[in-house]
Ligand binder design. Structure first.
Ligand code: SF4
Ligand code: SF4
Length: 626
């Protein structure tokens, strides 16, 4: 009788679980396949570190992360125990009296204690502490699931104290098993489904941050237009979201009060998929306005603990809008500049030629030059950034590095790629690849982090591989290898000082703004700091630094947006305030677009903060010592 009752309950619980899982599997299977297992060794390594060891979760939030890890490890450890108890309840086979099972059961005691501790901690945090990332409302579902998990652990531990065959022992066993079955019925429709899906999602996450595979125009790919265009990885992502809000609190657009919330993007995707709104336009699912507020800083997918990739959805949807002629007006002007003059400002190439001549630059010759210096749009046309490049040239000449430039450069295509104009990106990229190949370039140095990402990672998708490094990385290595020259300099760095008034022995107090495309995308955070400290600077770190910086607001084509029309604050103003709050008199930058945005914010604030480009800082110190 009891076995029959258990069979009925088992089939109900497992049936509910299976039906919900089957719906999600069907939705994922119906999608264009975007799963990839390329670079398997990297994926396996990341799986071991982030899933098995839970390293990312613990690193980001040590206390809550460790408690979460306790629950996860317990979930895995109890899988065998639960299976054996199911077999027993169904009357298939009773293995509970074998010595192996007894030993396993005893080994589970510390796991059960840790899970209990973890779930109580997480429940208190969610119900009473309520960090902003988790939302203002306490979710009933989370409370119920937490109570279920606590009940499972309590009944498991209690079983050791109850004599087998007694009523108390039977009630305890039935409570344990019924809670598991209820848990199974609930979990697929809840955020706790990530317990099942996140190991898969983390494994399938691209090794490249902000991975945007090329569109294949021969296959008439135009980007994401409607819900049915969402790829299989995007759909898996949507069902995996644990609603932790890390993407939200790290998003500079959300932080500056705009409507864009990357967590909402993922949850809206989930809702649209489950409602099977296949023909609904993505501009309606997310709102078009929101799609254009993303700077592509990458903080969301870099912070997500379960391997969700936001940028393929955001940029994929932009591609769909651009292919239908629905890009915002300010982008139309930029696209015209790219089309007519191959640079974002639409300036004549005679201006670049004048700069090349006045800076006495040679045209690259592989037989003569060590490296090619890629100027980029800013280096070719922005007078302010050209000062930084002159400093770079001066450092290279001082250290006897031979270099040349291309006779002509097009924009690398980053603003086109990240705003969804894939056709224009491919035109620019293919032209540049052709010229770089013809010139025989093997190594590129550039002061633009966006060029590093685009030429290094996006051009590789056309099969073109070239080594490209940011000037901070190249120069730091140069000085490190040069030993004494520019080595562990005196604290004052000679007579040159940022203000020109500093006394010998007094240290420059600076703050360094990590550009998103250098600190987060390229992971280069030590080299700029090493250059600053090499010349005696004292670095005051701003909030959000190193590989999780707060964006300047320029990326993703937003350099061209009309900031006055945006809701909330300007992202650049928020970042400038964070830099100001360090109390450092000088902000050091290492990206032309960060420099433009932050100087604009400084002007609006009427602040006296001094800006120095990293290369200018280094060259000033080297020249002062010469
Ligand atoms: S890439 Fe940056 S700006 Fe865009 S949604 Fe993610 S965190 Fe926000
Ligand atoms: S997308 Fe990732 S980071 Fe954002 S709420 Fe979901 S699980 Fe958390």
């Amino acid at each position: 009788m009891q076995t029959l009752a258990f069979w009925i309950l088992f089939l109900t619980g497992v049936g509910a679980f299976a039906a919900q899982v089957a719906q999600r599997v069907r939705i994922i299977a119906a999608a264009p396949n975007t799963f990839s297992t390329a670079d398997l060794p990297f994926r396996v390594r990341r799986f071991l570190v982030d899933v098995v060891l839970q390293a990312r979760t613990i690193r980001e939030r040590p206390a809550a992360g460790l408690m979460h890890a306790f629950v996860f490890w317990g979930f895995v450890a109890f899988a065998g125990y639960t299976s054996v108890e199911f077999l027993r309840g169904l009357g298939v086979v009773d293995l509970t009296h074998t010595s192996g099972f007894e030993g396993y059961r005893l080994a589970l005691v510390p796991f059960a204690s840790a899970v209990l501790l973890g779930i109580v901690y997480l429940l208190i945090r969610r119900a009473f502490v309520r960090p902003i990332a988790l939302g203002t409302k306490v979710s009933l579902e989370s409370v119920v699931i937490a109570l279920f998990i606590a009940t499972l652990m309590i009944t498991f531990l209690l079983a050791f104290r109850l004599e087998e065959g007694t009523t108390a022992e039977r009630v305890n066993w039935w409570t344990h098993m019924l809670v598991i079955l209820a848990f199974m019925a609930l979990i697929p429709a809840s955020k706790h489904f990530h317990l099942v899906l996140s190991p898969i999602t983390v494994f399938l996450k691209s090794p490249e941050l902000g991975n945007l595979p090329n569109l294949d125009f021969e296959k008439e790919q135009v980007g994401l237009e409607t819900v049915k265009d969402l790829g299989s990885k995007m759909r898996l992502d949507a069902f995996t979201c644990v609603e932790c809000g890390r993407c939200q609190v790290n998003c500079p657009a959300w932080g500056a009060g705009k409507e864009l919330n990357p967590k909402a993007i993922i949850l809206q995707t989930q809702d649209a998929l489950l409602a099977e709104k296949n023909d609904t336009k993505l501009g309606e699912v997310y709102s078009e306005k929101v799609l254009w507020q993303c700077t592509t800083c990458g903080a969301c997918e870099n912070q997500c603990p379960v391997g969700i990739e936001h940028l393929p959805i955001l940029i994929g949807s932009r591609r769909g809008l651009v292919s239908n002629g629905e890009a915002p007006e300010y982008l139309g002007a930029m696209y015209l500049n790219l089309e007519r003059r191959s640079n974002i400002w639409g300036l004549g190439y005679d201006q670049r030629t004048k700069f090349v001549q006045s800076a006495q630059l040679e045209i690259f010759d592989p037989a003569k030059h060590d490296v090619l210096v890629w100027l980029g749009c800013a280096g070719s046309f922005d007078a302010d950034f050209q000062k930084s490049l002159r400093s770079l040239f001066s450092i290279l000449r001082t250290k006897q590095v031979t270099f040349g430039v291309l006779a002509k450069e097009r924009c690398n295509g980053d603003p086109a790629k990240r705003t969804g104009n894939e056709y224009m990106f491919q035109e620019l990229a293919n032209g540049n690849i052709e010229d770089l190949k013809t010139a025989g370039v093997k190594k590129i140095v550039t002061s633009c982090p966006h060029c590093v990402k685009t030429i290094g990672a996006d051009y590789a998708k056309f099969g073109y591989q070239v080594e490209i490094v940011h000037s901070s990385v190249f120069v730091e290595e140069l000085l490190r290898n040069a030993g004494g020259a520019g080595g562990s300099a005196s604290l004052s760095g000679g007579s040159a000082s940022l203000s020109g008034e500093r006394q010998a022995g007094e240290r420059d107090t600076v703050t360094f703004h990590d550009p998103c495309y250098l600190g987060r995308y390229a992971g280069k955070t030590d080299e700029p700091r090493a250059l600053l400290t090499r010349f005696g600077a004292e670095i005051r770190e701003p909030v959000r630094n190193r590989d999780n910086p707060y964006c300047c607001g320029a990326g993703g084509g937003l350099l061209f947006a009309d900031k006055e029309e945006e809701p909330g604050s300007r992202i650049s103003d928020v970042r400038f305030k964070q830099l100001q709050d360090t109390g450092a008199a000088t902000v050091v930058t290492a990206c032309p677009f960060c420099s433009i945005m932050l100087k604009g914010a400084q002007a609006s604030a009427g602040a006296e903060t001094q800006f120095v480009d990293l290369m200018t800082f280094v060259d000033g110190k080297l020249q002062a010592r010469a």
